[in-house]
Design a protein around this ligand. Structure first.
Ligand SMILES: N[C@@H](CCC(=O)N[C@@H](CS)C(=O)NCC(=O)O)C(=O)O
Length: 372
C-alpha cells in the first residue's frame, strides 16, 4: 500500500501546513488522529519518541515528524514543484515559511485562548477527539487545553500586550487582503513554500476557531478565500482574471507583498533578534552541548519592545532552523542576485534576517531537533 498517513487534527496549527502541502501536491493521503495503538506502538518510536503532529507514515513504513521535513521529503521527490527558482521569490518563499511557522504565534494563541465564551466549547470538542476514547477523555482534553493556553502566555499573550496584538493583527489582515485581492497566492498563481508556512496560523486558529473566523470573514474576505483555496486541490482562482497556475514572471515581487512584509517586520525582526540573543547566551552558559543533543522547544525568554509595549516571548531554536534556510539559499546566489535580494529586504525593513543567527546550528536527526 502506497498511501501516506498524516497524523494530525483540524485544530492543530502545524498540521495545517503539512495538510495543505499534501493537498496541493496531489499526494494520496489519509488523515487520522494519533490516538491509535498503531501510532503508539509503531509510529511514535520511529518519530524519536516525540508525540508531535504533524507526523506522516509513508507506505513503506518510514515516519517523518516535523512539517518542514515532511514538505522537504515531497519537494525532493516532486522536483521542487512549490519552490520558486528565481532569486527574490525563492528567498521570500523561505522567509514567509519562517514567519508563518514561528512569527505569528502570538495572534494565533490570543485569538484561540483569550475568548473562552466564543471558542472554548469548540476547541475542547476537538481536543477531546484526539484523546484516547474512554471516561478520562474530557478531563484529559481540559488539561491539554489549560497547558496550551499557558503556552500562549509564554509566546507573549498577556493582558498588557493584547491590545497591541489585536492592532497588529487587524493591520496584517488588511495588508493580506490587499495582496490576495490582486493575486491568488503570495507569489502569483501558484502556492509556494511560504504559503504553506503562512497557512499554519491562518487556518487552524485564525481561520477556523469561531472568534477569529468571524473577524476574518467580516474584515478580509480575500484572506478567507485564500485559506479556503489553500485547502483545496484545484487552483481555485475563479475570481481572478489570470488563471495560470504559475509564479509571477521575471522574479516580480508585487508592492503589496513589500507592504505586507514591512508590517510583519515591526515585531518579527525585534523578536528574532531578542530570541537569538537569549539562545546564544544560553548556548554560552552550557558546560557541554555535544552534537546530537536534543533541543528543547524554548530555552528562555526573549524581551523586546514594539510600539512602546514590552513583550516577553519564548525563544525557540526552531525559528533559526527555518531562518538558516533563508540564509543558506541567499548564500548560494550569485553577487548580482544577492544585491537584488538585499535591496528588496531593505525595502521591507527585513535586512536583519540575513544576519541574525545562532552560534550553534539546529538540525533534525531521528525526527528530533538537535544541536549540530
Ligand atoms: N516543529 C514542528 C512543531 C509541531 C508542533 O508543535 N505541533 C503541535 C500541535 S500544532 C504539537 O504536536 N504539540 C505537542 C508536542 O509537540 O508534543 C512542526 O513544524 O511540525
Amino acid at each position: 500500500m502506497n498511501q501516506t498517513t498524516l497524523y494530525g487534527t483540524p485544530v492543530s496549527l502545524y498540521t495545517g501546513r503539512a495538510r495543505s502541502y499534501l493537498i496541493k501536491a496531489g499526494i494520496d493521503y489519509r488523515e487520522t488522529t494519533q490516538s491509535s495503538a498503531h501510532y503508539r506502538d509503531v509510529v511514535l518510536p520511529k518519530a524519536g519518541g516525540r508525540q508531535g503532529i504533524p507526523t506522516i507514515e509513508l507506505g513503506d513504513g518510514t515516519v517523518i515528524r516535523d512539517g518542514a521535513a515532511i514538505i522537504d521529503h515531497f519537494e525532493a521527490t516532486s522536483g521542487h514543484a512549490f519552490s520558486p527558482k528565481s532569486p527574490k521569490q525563492r528567498i521570500l518563499s523561505r522567509l514567509f515559511d519562517v514567519i508563518g511557522s514561528d512569527g505569528l504565534l502570538r495572534p494565533a494563541m490570543h485569538y484561540r485562548w483569550s475568548f473562552p465564551e466564543e471558542n472554548r466549547e469548540f476547541v475542547l470538542f476537538h481536543f477531546e477527539s484526539v484523546m484516547p476514547a474512554g471516561p478520562e477523555r474530557s478531563q484529559q482534553a481540559a488539561t491539554a487545553a489549560d497547558l496550551a493556553k499557558a503556552a500562549g502566555g509564554a509566546f507573549g499573550v498577556v493582558p498588557e500586550t493584547m491590545e497591541l496584538i489585536e492592532t497588529l493583527y487587524l493591520e496584517l489582515l488588511g495588508k493580506l487582503d490587499s495582496h490576495f485581492g490582486q493575486h491568488p497566492y503570495l507569489l502569483g498563481g501558484r502556492p509556494c513554500i511560504g504559503d504553506f508556512g503562512m497557512i499554519a496560523p491562518l487556518y487552524a486558529h485564525l481561520g477556523r476557531d469561531p472568534k477569529p473566523l468571524s473577524i476574518m470573514q467580516a474584515k478580509s474576505i480575500r484572506v478567507y478565500r485564500w485559506v479556503e483555496r489553500m485547502n483545496r486541490p484545484e487552483p481555485d482562482v475563479g475570481e481572478f482574471e489570470t488563471q495560470s497556475y504559475t509564479y509571477l514572471s521575471n522574479d516580480q515581487v508585487p508592492d503589496s507583498l513589500i507592504d505586507l512584509l514591512k508590517h510583519i517586520a515591526i515585531d518579527f525582526v525585534p523578536e528574532t533578534r531578542a530570541a537569538a540573543d537569549c539562545i546564544n547566551q544560553w548556548i554560552d552558559d552550557q558546560q557541554e552541548l555535544a552534537p546530537g543533543t536534543p533541543i528543547p522547544r524554548g530555552v528562555g525568554m526573549g524581551s523586546f519592545t514594539v510600539r512602546g509595549v514590552t513583550i516577553n516571548a519564548l525563544a525557540q531554536p526552531y525559528r533559526f532552523f527555518l531562518l538558516k534556510r533563508v540564509q543558506d539559499a541567499f548564500a548560494l546566489l550569485d553577487d548580482a542576485s544577492q544585491q537584488e535580494v538585499q535591496a528588496l529586504l531593505a525595502a521591507c525593513d527585513m535586512s536583519d534576517v540575513l544576519n541574525i543567527s545562532l552560534t550553534r546550528d539546529v538540525g533534525l536527526s531521528n525526527n528530533l531537533e538537535v544541536w549540530l
